[in-house]
Design a protein around this ligand. Structure first.
Ligand code: ZN
Length: 297
């Protein structure tokens, strides 16, 4: 591998496709000029009186306020499938597109989030864990009670309401730690289960914990997925790496200021550039990137 060094110590070129400062610079220009869709990530949306402090749960009233922010600030909700089409989406989608996603497949996605999405005329993509023999969550953070997961009837009702459904694997493992056979099984079997539940499942996997590396991406491609959703990793442009699409995790904050910061291009660009430098340094150290940030599961 031919490695060159800039004065900042960041790798500037290599034969393995590593990208350096030149790519970051061009990415900055690109990100400043192009309105790529912003992917938002939610988990649970609880009734207001049920909220206990959690970075993974928003109340129904905070969720409604956040959707209102999107509507009032010119964002429009587009289907995830429209981003994956062959038609370049930039011209077709106009300005400020957002893709709203929900991971894990909690029953409250149907009970609490769907009515609000309908109220605003928004759509979303839901990524349920697909071991249908278990319908309460088992991967909760210590101290959090298990939560009811979507039933087959509710999954089909979401699809009937125009919500797109993809895979969040069978058992919610950290895929980078799964062996090759387990990885293939999680990806392939969950697709089969989802295909048995709804007519037109998305060929998209949302990686549990946002945990992804090159091997996981290759396995997703080999299992027939056309895209994979990460959390705080991946390029600004979802088309630059469809197997590591960056999402923004949204927490239980109802203020417009929070959403302004979350959605601001400057903050997202800053987060992206930190990830870019970190992954470049990780490659130099010849090891996989560190585990994803905590705001993912
Ligand atoms: Zn998850």
């Amino acid at each position: 591998m031919a490695v060159r060094w800039s004065r900042t110590g960041v790798q500037t070129g290599s034969e393995d496709g590593s990208e350096g400062l030149a790519t970051i610079a061009s990415g900055l220009v690109d990100a400043a000029e192009v309105s790529h869709p912003v992917f938002l990530l939610y988990h649970q949306v609880c009734a207001d009186q049920d909220w206990t402090p959690s970075e993974f749960t928003v109340t129904a009233s905070a969720f409604r306020r956040q959707m209102g922010y999107l509507r009032n600030h010119g964002f429009h909700s587009i289907p995830l499938s429209s981003v994956l089409g062959d038609t370049p989406p930039r011209a077709a989608m106009g300005s400020r597109p957002v893709v709203i996603t929900f991971d894990d497949g909690y029953a409250d996605t149907f009970e609490n989030a769907l009515p609000i999405l309908v109220e605003f005329g928004f759509t979303a993509a839901v990524f349920p864990v697909l071991d249908m023999s278990r319908r309460t969550s088992w991967w909760a953070t210590p101290g959090e009670p298990p939560a009811r997961l979507l039933s087959p009837v509710e999954l089909r009702a979401l699809a009937d309401a125009g919500i797109e459904l993809g895979s969040h694997t069978l058992t919610h493992p950290r895929l980078t730690r799964a062996n090759d056979a387990e990885l293939a099984q999680e990806l392939a079997r969950s697709r089969e289960v989802l295909s048995g539940l709804v007519d037109a499942p998305l060929p998209v996997v949302a990686y549990p914990y946002g945990d992804v590396d090159g091997r996981v991406k290759r396995a997703a491609r080999e299992a027939g997925y056309s895209a994979g959703l990460a959390v705080s990793s991946g390029p600004m442009d979802p088309h630059a790496d469809r197997y590591e699409i960056r999402r923004e995790a949204i927490e239980n904050v109802a203020s417009d200021a929070y959403m302004t910061v979350k959605l601001s291009r400057a903050r997202r660009l800053y987060a992206w550039s930190k990830w870019k430098v970190r992954t470049g340094l990780d490659r130099l150290r010849n090891r996989a990137p560190d585990a994803r940030p905590a705001a993912s599961r």
